[in-house]
Design a protein around this ligand. Structure first.
Ligand code: AMP
Length: 283
């Protein structure tokens, strides 16, 4: 695996790959890698001659300074995992490399209602920050395929929208990959590293609550299901940002079991200071 810290060096290398007609797959991450990240890598390696993974903890997307400061970093292990899992290139830029003009000079992306619901509502500015970094990274890497995790469902929709805004939909194909879970159902997440033993035991309650909603979907009213789900999380010691039952294509809330529509339950909740998100298809 080759590690590049400078955008220019990476671009020069990728230029040669393109001249050899090698397809480029890209897996952007914020590091503290787990098997969920590595599954994206595996999809990319299977479909492309060259796979680039990036590790960049994007300051522009943290609406909470403490969350940014406490974001886990395990670079040595990450490099080992990438290397042993067949990654070709690691891009490891610093903030100046991604934002040569600084990240305060904010560009505004017209993301519509997606920017203000669910994650967007509870993390104001988050998706604008995500778009800033993803635009820069895509400009540098110019992949043919981009690998994203369904765990961040709304982010997948936002990045799809960004690619349309930039007019890159012909060049960059998005691959959305399934959520990898621990054996007790907890969605793998870098933030899980911040959970102590007791919190780690409580954490699968999010997934169990989603399963509860899925099990009762169509048998109870949507309103009651959301209320019961939020109560279950509260009883388990979570502070809930949202439990929403939404149209999977639009992410807008549904009010009844709409036959023929794919419906998703999404949740975001804090266990002490650690914010976890998850989602599941319910029909
Ligand atoms: P992050 O490092 O959290 O920004 O995640 C980098 C990429 O990995 C994003 O596309 C995530 O959606 C994806 N990802 C994170 N957790 C998982 C998981 N448990 N299963 C599959 N993909 C994941």
């Amino acid at each position: 695996m080759i590690i590049f810290k400078k955008a220019k060096d990476l671009q020069n290398h990728l230029q040669i790959c393109r001249q050899k007609n090698q397809g480029i797959g890209f897996v952007p991450t914020m590091g503290a890698l787990h098997d969920g990240h590595l599954s994206l890598l595996t999809y990319s390696i299977a479909e492309n001659q060259v796979t680039v993974c990036s590790i960049f903890v994007n300051p522009a997307q943290f609406n909470d300074v403490n969350d940014f400061k406490k974001y886990p970093s395990t670079l040595e292990q990450d490099i080992f995992k990438l290397e042993t899992n067949g990654c070709h290139i690691l891009f490891l830029p610093n903030v100046e490399e991604v934002y040569p003009e600084g990240f305060d000079k904010k560009r505004h992306y017209d993301l519509g209602y997606l920017d203000t619901i669910l994650e967007g509502k509870f993390r104001p500015g988050h998706f604008q920050g995500v778009c800033m970094a993803v635009e820069q990274l895509l400009n540098i890497v110019q992949p043919g395929r981009l690998y994203l995790g369904q765990k961040d469902y709304q982010q997948c929709m936002i990045i799809t929208k960004l690619i349309h805004i930039m007019g890159w939909q012909e060049e960059i194909k998005i691959r959305i990959c399934p959520i990898l879970r621990e054996t007790d159902g907890l969605a793998m997440s870098s933030r899980n590293m911040r959970l102590d033993e007791e919190q780690r035991v409580q954490a699968p309650a999010i997934y169990n609550t989603l399963l509860f909603v899925k099990g009762k979907f169509g048998k109870e009213s949507i309103g009651k299901l959301k209320k019961d789900a939020a109560e279950r999380l509260h009883e388990k010691g979570f502070k809930t940002d949202y439990v929403e039952i939404a149209n999977a294509a639009t992410l807008l809330p549904v009010t009844d079991n709409e036959p023929g529509t794919d419906i998703l339950c999404l949740a975001a909740a804090y266990i002490d200071g650690v914010r976890l998100i998850d989602n599941i298809m319910v029909n």
